[in-house]
Design a protein around this ligand. Structure first.
Ligand code: AQP
Length: 329
């Protein structure tokens, strides 16, 4: 039987965090054998905000190394760079002519990210980001999109665009579904547990990076913001403790009530110390493997090029079909 398709991606826009790991990567690895997978390094999304070209090139390889180091296997997954498959931008243009200005204006990620410099000076690419993301997924007729909770709204828009296109031009695209993990879907900032942990934060204490050294991980967790009260309980009014418990649970698979029971009568300090170790235990082997892979950039480039070739074979006929239906082929 034909396997269902999965598509997902990560922007090389900073240091990949434990949030990216728990919200996305860890689940990709867990499901890879069940599906036909396309895991992309979405570099064209990264340039919707300013990037240093030299750093960006390095980050692209770093993401490739992390994809492989977490355990994604090129036997089961097509791993490639978005910019190497031109069909993504071409389909994005077609979908731009289907998407509506009003619906893009309602995207909260655009509102959040453009807030920094003001919406007037945000790039048109940042505004258009969700349409390119829709093109990424629809191009492979993917059934499932494993992402963190922050991508829910973009996924809804993608489904709307697929349905609208199919309704207007005839059945063309699979309408994809989000696959959001039960734990770890929204890891919050260590310095501010009311905002999502983001890899592009300029403050290193905001996140644990997958490539952080073990001692840096321990220190960052020890210094993570705490809230008032000392009880180890997942209380919605105490976002800091909730976040530490979420990380703990998503990292080692124990349920939150189990962890709460273990820490009855103990304090924040005990939990942070152990959580630091749990994260180090999970990330240290990934870090070591990624650093080894980064020693051979030519091999990483070879894997990415061969992935792009495989991706193009699937993307190209889907794009041609969409163009024909719209009357531009
Ligand atoms: N804090 C998070 N908790 C759980 N999942 C998360 N993801 C991101 N942050 C968290 C998931 O990681 C995948 C890749 O995200 P992306 O690179 O497309 O961009 P993003 O969602 O905007 O992630 P960042 O880390 O916040 O990047 P920047 O700072 O560049 O914007 C997605 O599946 C996402 O849900």
């Amino acid at each position: 039987m034909q396997k269902q398709r999965v598509f997902s991606g990560i922007q090389p826009s900073g240091n990949l965090t434990v949030g990216n790991y728990l919200g996305a990567l860890k689940n990709w690895v867990a499901i890879q054998k069940e599906y036909e997978n396309y895991f992309c390094i979405v570099d064209l999304h990264a340039i919707t905000v300013p990037q240093d070209p030299k750093v960006l090139r390095q980050k692209i390889r770093e993401v490739a190394a992390i994809y492989l180091a977490v355990g994604l296997d090129p036997e089961h997954c097509v791993i490639f760079r978005q910019s190497k498959v031109a069909e993504h931008t071409e389909l994005a243009w077609l979908l731009n002519c289907v998407a509506r200005f009003g619906e893009l204006s309602r995207m909260t990620q655009f509102k959040d990210k453009s807030q920094k410099g003001g919406a007037d000076s945000a790039s048109a690419g940042l505004f258009d980001y969700p349409v390119l993301m829709a093109a990424d997924v629809l191009l492979y007729n993917a059934h499932l999109v494993p992402v963190g909770d922050d991508q829910r709204q973009h996924l809804e828009l993608m489904r709307t665009l697929a349905r609208r296109f199919n309704h207007t031009f005839g059945d063309t695209f699979v309408v994809p579904e989000a696959m959001i993990p039960p734990t770890g879907a929204r890891i919050m900032g260590l310095d501010d547990p009311t905002v999502k942990m983001s890899k592009s934060s300029p403050v290193p204490a905001h996140y644990v990076a997958i490539l952080d050294e073990p001692d840096a991980v321990r220190k960052k967790i020890r210094r993570a913001k705490t809230d008032s009260g000392s009880e180890i309980k997942a209380d919605p009014e105490r976002p800091a403790i909730r976040n530490l418990l979420d990380m703990y649970s998503a990292m080692n698979g124990k349920s939150i009530p189990e962890i709460e029971a273990e820490y009855e009568g103990k304090g924040y300090g005990d939990l942070k110390k152990d959580l630091g170790e749990v994260i180090v235990e999970g990330l240290a082997p990934i870090r070591e493997h990624a650093l080894e892979l980064l020693d051979d950039p030519a091999e990483l480039d070879r894997i990415l090029d061969s992935g792009a070739e495989r991706a193009r074979k699937v993307a190209s006929p889907v794009l041609r079909d969409a163009k024909t239906r719209m009357g531009v082929e």
